[in-house]
Design a protein around this ligand. Structure first.
Ligand code: SF4
Length: 114
């Protein structure tokens, strides 16, 4: 796994180390059991969450009802860790992310090098 181009993240780094701004960020999702998710593709069963190594994203304190704002959740250590893995250690990323976000969007899809 060389790198990921997470649709949920505001930027990526290409093979040359250039920052590519993601102009079409995939939106957050909310699960039926009250968790905020980086995207709808991660709305999975408990078993799939285990297989993908992301049960930490569903810790009790991350439930929406246990937070005052969305920022409290997306700025949590768990979410920071998740995004750090996507960009810096893609080999450890969830399999679902490797399947969905392993290719850069084609040119003209709203992305730009900055
Ligand atoms: S599949 Fe993973 S990397 Fe892709 S948008 Fe969803 S959370 Fe982000």
């Amino acid at each position: 796994m060389k790198k990921l181009y997470p649709r949920c993240h505001p930027y990526w780094k290409n093979e040359d180390g250039n920052i590519i701004k993601n102009n079409s960020i995939k939106g957050l999702a909310v699960s039926a059991d009250d968790f905020l998710l980086p995207c709808c593709w991660l709305d999975m069963t408990d078993r799939d969450n285990e297989r993908n190594g992301i049960t930490y994203m569903r810790r009790e304190h991350l439930k929406i009802q246990n937070n005052d704002t969305i920022d409290d959740i997306v700025n949590s250590e768990e979410w920071k860790h998740f995004h750090r893995v996507l960009l810096e250690a893609p080999y450890d990323a969830p399999e679902r992310c490797k399947i969905k976000c392993s290719k850069a969007l084609p040119k003209g899809a709203g992305n730009e090098i900055r």
